[in-house]
Write a protein that binds this ligand. Structure first.
Ligand SMILES: Cc1cc2nc3c(=O)[nH]c(=O)nc-3n(C[C@H](O)[C@H](O)[C@H](O)COP(=O)(O)OP(=O)(O)OC[C@H]3O[C@@H](n4cnc5c(N)ncnc54)[C@H](O)[C@@H]3O)c2cc1C
Length: 411
């Protein structure tokens, strides 16, 4: 990696590759640009994303989809929103299609298409890519150090990601580099991660069942998050979009010692009173039907059976014989089932990092550091994380665009 570069980009993930492309375009091919990637190939996380299909972005992206300074997120998205993302990928030969949920994927259903297009554009623009080059130190000026080697660069973009899926090469070492140049880093937490439930709870018997629920997270008794979406029971606990999105709130409250609790309404859209009214009416209409059969109008039958047992009710009990006390117990189970969360599945299963370099330490118009002129920060290294659905890649493309263009100009 030795040599003198106009611009060195540390990290060849989504944000680093985007930044390299936009910087090369902004410099009109005049600048010597290198991407220094620590692992043996660029874009490992792109290949792993969206179940190998890469959920590139979402049809509608707003600041509400992110946890991060609202004003800064809004400005960054205004510079490079969904339309520009779609057009940019089209210009690289990648057509995107919209799925029912609003998520956008490549029409090929292959993340490889996305990564290949980015690498091909880098090649066409003469952006040099060097893999197996882990940067371990950085000095003002800039001098980049890797074991046994060093290189100089007039400007540097840090695009080292966070700590999610560390085997992909994003092991958090980029935050040390940012610190060496005067930045702070907030406490970081695994986010968008499945949650583990206490052994012996219902989940193992229900593994594979997925349904829409309303999940509520409380800390010290106060509601801190509520959302509706799909939840999947697994052999270890719960997963699925609603759980992944809620996980950051549970994890942060837990690490802060704020005794988080999670409750699940298995009849979303109905509160206790409405749900009870529905059950009374259903029992009245079909008094001879078994309760599990009755509940299976709204829930998968296997789930209904286990929930009834959980409430201490025999699943085949005729609906007409349900006592008032048993019915109220059942309503609590159906509309506010306490989920005994014992922890998250951690960094190896998290899709993103909550926390990072504070957005206040960069100028959002350029992504330039307020601590070290000529340094830019893009992507997940920053303290901003999106919900599930393509929002984290949108952040990577948008910050890569803003930071890359600014870093490439005038070189
Ligand atoms: C399993 C999984 C699925 C996901 N699916 C989606 C999805 O479908 N849609 C979506 O929007 N988001 C998804 N995400 C999140 C998304 O992948 C990330 O938010 C995004 O990749 C962040 O981009 P980045 O370039 O900032 O960081 P990264 O993609 O993490 O790239 C950082 C790069 O920097 C390199 N690096 C780190 N430290 C150093 C160093 N010291 N020296 C040199 N190189 C270094 C790493 O090796 C890595 O290649 C998923 C994440 C995971 C883990």
């Amino acid at each position: 990696m030795s040599g003198d570069w106009d611009l060195a980009i540390v990290g060849g993930g989504a944000a680093g590759l985007a930044a390299g492309i936009f910087a090369a375009e902004a410099s009109r091919g005049q600048a010597h640009i290198v991407i220094l990637e620590g692992s043996r190939r660029c874009g490992t996380k792109i290949l792993a994303s969206g179940g190998g299909r890469c959920n590139v972005t979402h049809e509608k992206v707003t600041p509400d989809d992110f946890n991060g300074s609202r004003n800064i997120v809004r400005n960054v998205l205004a510079a490079f929103g969904v339309e520009k993302t779609v057009e940019w990928f089209r210009s690289m030969g990648v057509e995107l299609k919209r799925e029912e949920t609003g998520k956008l994927f490549p029409v090929t259903d292959s993340a490889r298409t996305v990564l290949n297009a980015l690498l091909e554009r880098c090649r066409a623009l003469d952006v040099h890519v060097q893999t197996n080059c882990r940067i371990t130190g950085i000095r003002h000026g800039y001098e980049l150090i890797s074991p046994g080697e060093s290189a100089r660069a007039r400007r540097v973009i840090l695009a080292t990601g966070g700590r999610s899926l560390p085997k992909s090469g994003s092991d958090g070492s980029g935050w040390d580099l940012a610190r060496q140049l005067g930045h702070t880093v907030t406490k970081t937490y695994p986010a968008l991660t499945p949650l583990v439930l206490a052994e012996g709870f219902l989940h193992a018997a229900l593994s594979g069942i997925s349904l829409d629920v309303e999940l509520s997270t409380f800390a010290e008794g106060k509601l801190i998050d509520r959302r509706t979406g799909a939840m999947l029971f697994t052999h270890f606990g719960i997963s699925g979009p609603a759980v992944m999105d809620a996980s950051r709130h549970w994890v942060i409250a837990s690490e802060e010692g704020r005794s988080p609790e999670m409750r699940c309404n298995l009849l979303p859209g109905m509160d206790f009173a409405l749900a009870e009214k529905w059950l009374i009416a259903s029992c009245g209409k079909r008094p001879k039907a078994g309760l599990a059969t009755l509940l299976s109008q709204r829930l998968p039958e296997r789930l209904a059976e286990h929930l009834l047992l959980h409430a201490g009710i025999e699943p085949r009990l005729p609906a007409g014989q349900l006592s008032r006390e048993a019915r109220r117990k059942l309503m609590h189970v159906l509309t506010a089932l306490p989920l005994p969360v014992t922890g998250s599945r951690g960094w190896n299963y998290a899709e993103v990092t909550a926390g990072g370099v504070p957005l206040a330490e960069i100028d959002y118009r350029t992504m330039q550091s307020r601590k070290s002129p000529g340094l830019y920060l893009v992507g997940e290294i920053l303290d901003c994380d999106g919900r599930i659905g393509g929002f984290n890649f949108q952040w990577a493309w948008a910050t890569g665009y803003v930071g890359g263009r600014a870093a490439g100009e005038g070189l």
